[in-house]
Design a protein around this ligand. Sequence first.
Ligand code: ATP
Length: 155
Amino acid sequence: MALLPESLELQVVTPERQLVREEAHEVQVPARGGYLGVLPGHAPLLSELQLGELSYRKGTVWRYLTIFSGFVEVLPDRVIVLAEAAERGEEIDLERAREAHQRAEERMKSQDPDLDWTRAQLSLQRSIIRLQVAGKAGGAHLAPGKLPEEPTHAP
Ligand code: ATP
């Protein structure tokens, strides 16, 4: 009987750059149907990704990235993510994300008849994921699924 691999090679690439090429022991990706957890030896699959958080564990340390849609290929010893855009948690400018969140909320509350609702919603969602990922990357390495506290905003 073939032995299961002990780790995975995780690759995360966008059209512009390679963000990750590392050994990992566990990976969670924002698949279309919900978060997908991958351990070494996982059955091969292909899935579309949606806006969300990608987290991976090397030993006991978790790292976090934003993913703005794309595709993932899972093989027993490899996870390859082709993302439209992605950011490492450490790269995220928290203040910029907070401002983008506030702008999007204000636009959505406004009575502007010319408001592009979909655009405002997408912008809000991107800012929420950035705040979530930056919060985890900057603070204690929480287990996936445990979200940092909701950001608060002055009224
Ligand atoms: P903003 O209104 O702040 O530009 P946005 O959601 O409209 O936010 P995007 O269009 O998603 O921004 O991204 C444009 C570029 O800016 C991308 O390269 C993205 O990685 C970068 N970017 C956006 N927000 C942040 C952030 N908070 N920290 C670091 N880089 C960011």
